[in-house]
Design a protein around this ligand. Structure first.
Ligand code: COA
Length: 184
């Protein structure tokens, strides 16, 4: 089943084979993977497996992550992805993720894409609460979440092993409720 979301400047759609090159390229960019959990180097075969697997995903299946490719209108090449995960234990709770290739930073694309995804989660899938966590040093991600008026609810100290830096990382947890988004 295919899912397409549209914003004034972007199309968010499911991944296809043509996304492989740019996807693998930004997954190997140290500025993009710095706060992310995937293994480096991110091989071409990793990207092929990822795309193959995600093409079979049914959007909104509890317990699975679904990545959507972000493509500027009028273009074909993806510039990043947004992702969501609906928890297996409660299908009205969701997590968010997002990555943009470096050349697409600083244009408001991530805010536009994440905002659309959040709207879809609350209004279409009837999600009650959306959560995102990010490293306390990831200032661009913190700015994005606060721009969308996510609430910082927790500060976890040395809560994950930050493989890229070989040390413990600390995280903020941000959340937003459906009624807060709808009543805005
Ligand atoms: C997190 C990430 C997606 C944020 O990307 P971004 O481009 O900074 O975020 P936005 O798309 O919201 O763009 C906002 C910036 O664009 C600027 N901008 C330019 N034109 C704009 C427009 N039309 N609308 C909105 N903002 C615009 C804003 O002023 C803002 O700049 P600032 O951050 O210097 O204040 C990006 O840094 C990234 O991919 N990082 C690596 C992966 C990662 O860490 N993911 C998160 C894990 S928790």
């Amino acid at each position: 089943m295919s899912l397409v979301l549209e914003t004034p400047r972007l199309i968010l759609r499911q991944f296809c084979a043509a996304d492989l090159e740019p996807f693998v390229a930004y997954r190997n960019d140290p500025e993009v993977y710095r706060y992310q959990g995937w293994q480096i180097p991110y091989l071409r075969v990793d990207g092929e497996n990822f795309i193959q697997q995600i093409k079979q995903s049914v959007p909104g299946t509890p317990g699975e992550w679904l990545q959507l490719a972000i493509v500027p209108r009028g273009g074909t090449a993806l510039v990043g992805d947004v992702a969501f995960h609906i928890t297996r234990t409660n299908p009205r709770l969701a997590y968010l993720g997002y990555s943009l290739s470096r050349s697409a930073w600083g244009q408001g694309y991530a805010s536009e894409a994440v905002s659309k995804l959040v709207d879809y989660l609350f209004r279409v899938l009837d999600i009650h609460r959306v959560v995102a966590d990010c490293d306390v040093k990831n200032s661009a991600s913190i700015r994005l979440l606060e721009r969308l008026r996510f609430r910082r609810e927790a500060h976890y100290l040395e809560s994950y092993w930050w493989d890229q830096e070989g040390t413990w990382g600390s995280e903020y947890l941000y959340a937003l409720l459906q009624r807060e988004w709808i009543l805005r």
